[in-house]
Every structure is written in structure tokens, then in C-alpha cells.
Write a protein of this length. Structure first.
Length: 180
């Protein structure tokens, strides 16, 4: 049976669902969430509301993949304008539940498509950091046109580094006056 899902932006009232999926994320792969399970469990309701609200932001976006049959959230991706390494859009908080991973399901492809669409309205490239040992993730990003830049940074809460990757974007409906 094929996966039938919808992609939508998160809103503040989604905070319990964001919380639930991010706990699953931090349990499955804390590096992809950027925090240990212990840190994630210590977050407050206000912290979760802020994360859910990112889907409504001007300089942020947060997308959820929702299984149309069960209503279960099966994946999320977020992005923001700028971080400590530059002013352009950066992909953050990538997670797809293990049973919904792979090209057969298409969840990650659809989420990334939404992020690329959003980012293309803000700049001519999209950056991300991926765990150096995350071979499937690195292959996924390469398949979508991302290339390694040679920059890296330590994970921080565990051994290893994350590698910066970047993808050129086609201009799509960028408001006048928004920098490339």
C-alpha cells in the first residue's frame, strides 16, 4: 500500500504534535535534531510553542508531513534565514519516522521540495549541515543537488562533525528588494 500524506506548515497550536515528533527524532537520531534526548525532554511548553510557530514566521518555515489515513505526523523539516555561518536560508531539524523513509514513500522528497520552494523566495542558495557519518542523508542531499563546501563544525554534544552542503536555487517569486 502506498503512503498517502499531506505537507503543511506548522502553527503554534501544533506544539503537542511537534513535541511528540521531536521526541521521536531525538530518540532515533539526536544529531539530526541537534540535541540529546535529555535536552529535548527538558524543553518547556513555551519552547515547543516557539518551534511550532516557525511555520508562521517571516524568516522561518516549518513543514510537517501528515499521514492522511491515520493523521500521524511522519516527518518534519524546518528552515530559517541566516545562522552563525551566513545570512542565507539554512535547512534545520530534518526528520522522517523510520517506517516512512525511502524513495518509495517520498516523504523526505516532498518536505525538501517545500523547503526549497520557500528558500527560493529568499535567496539563490540553500545551506545545511549533515552529520559526517550520516551516509544515507548525505546521499539524499546529493541526489537533490547539494554539494559539500569543505566547511564543517563539531556536533558539540557527541564526537564527530557536521559537513556543510549547499544547493543553488532558481529564483521563484522573490519579493522585490529581497537580496540574493
Amino acid at each position: 500500500m502506498s503512503t498517502v500524506f499531506s505537507i503543511r506548515r506548522t502553527v503554534e497550536d501544533d506544539w503537542p504534535l511537534v513535541h511528540e515528533l521531536r521526541i521521536e527524532n531525538a530518540t532515533d537520531n539526536p544529531i539530526s535534531y541537534g540535541a540529546t534526548l535529555e535536552t529535548t525532554l527538558a524543553m518547556t511548553e513555551d519552547d515547543w510553542r516557539l518551534r511550532a510557530r516557525r511555520g508562521q514566521g517571516v524568516d522561518t518555515t516549518s513543514l510537517a508531513a501528515v499521514d492522511d489515513r491515520s493523521g500521524r505526523w511522519v516527518g518534519m523539516m524546518s528552515a530559517q534565514i541566516g545562522d552563525e555561518d551566513g545570512p542565507g536560508p539554512v535547512l534545520t531539524g530534518v526528520f522522517v519516522s523510520p517506517t516512512f523513509r525511502g524513495r518509495t514513500h517520498g516523504v523526505a522528497d516532498a518536505l525538501l521540495g517545500g523547503i526549497v520552494d520557500w528558500a527560493s523566495r529568499h535567496a539563490d542558495h540553500l545551506r545545511l549541515y549533515v552529520y559526517e557519518q550520516g551516509v544515507p542523508a548525505r546521499r539524499f542531499y546529493a541526489r537533490h543537488g547539494f554539494v559539500e563546501t569543505g566547511r564543517s563544525r563539531p556536533v558539540g554534544f557527541t564526537d564527530g562533525s557536521t559537513l556543510e552542503m549547499v544547493r543553488a536555487l532558481e529564483q521563484a517569486g522573490r519579493p522585490e528588494g529581497v537580496a540574493r
